[in-house]
Design a protein around this ligand. Sequence first.
Ligand code: NCD
Length: 298
Amino acid sequence: MRNLVSIDDLSKQEILDLIEHAHKLEDEPTTDLLKNTVVAHLFFEPSTRTRLSFETATLRLGGSVIGFSDAGVSSTSKGETLEDTIRVIAQYADAIVIRHPKEGTAERAAKVSTVPIINAGDGANEHPSQTLLDLFSIQKTQGKIDGLHIGLAGDLKYGRTVHSLVKALQHFDVSFSCFAPDELTMPEEYRQYMPAMREFTHLSENIDTLDILYMTRIQVERFPTPADYNKITGSTVLRKEDLSGCKETFKVLHPLPRVDEITLDVDTHQAAYYFQQAKNGVFMRQAILAMLLKETEQ
Ligand code: NCD
């Protein structure tokens, strides 16, 4: 049985296979591959895109969805352990997609589950399905991943999307520029995956040479105190005027939600790709479900 707890659960070849499958699903999104299959979506933390795109992906594959999007309505609020919740839901569903504010929760779920676990974000740790749709988006817009110069901007400390992304990009020949305030730079444990990396504080310092700029939201919910957040809010902002010297093929990605880190006038620029990126998420999540559930059957 396969899980997708960390992006490390996949080999480079499997990542490339998922991208290829997502491409195919874009041409023909509706199948009955998951007919008579139930996928549970357990969201202990707010979500719009991840939950709804996983649910859409399940429905497009002919499966059915169960779950909750508010931890307060599940029995964990009565004191049930996560392990017991997972043991029971694994009796109802053929796969479990889980998001939780605490790092390591998807791993804990995988230890007791009898069905595949998909990590839809565990605290500041990882968000592997987002990374796969990000790679799909990079491949689609640039026609390749190798050889690219990728910028990561915003909250590189608490942002789980960039943590999974740099781990996945270790398989490819890319260089990085990081743009973050001193308080939110990339944690040491992820730097080993980024041998070619330069650091800047402001986007204007090195945006012109980028192929991709991956913007992120400052993760207010992970700051120790509101004062810590207030100190750095608004520190890394992309404005339309920043894009004037960028490459023709340059694209801006963002996992969304956006708060104020990309000004609205960027949305109509040809480099803005974040809404298409969200659309790509459904095809990639279809590919992920197909891979995990098909392999389980064998
Ligand atoms: C991201 C997340 O939840 O980590 N959102 C998403 O899944 N698209 C990014 C964020 O919340 O800032």
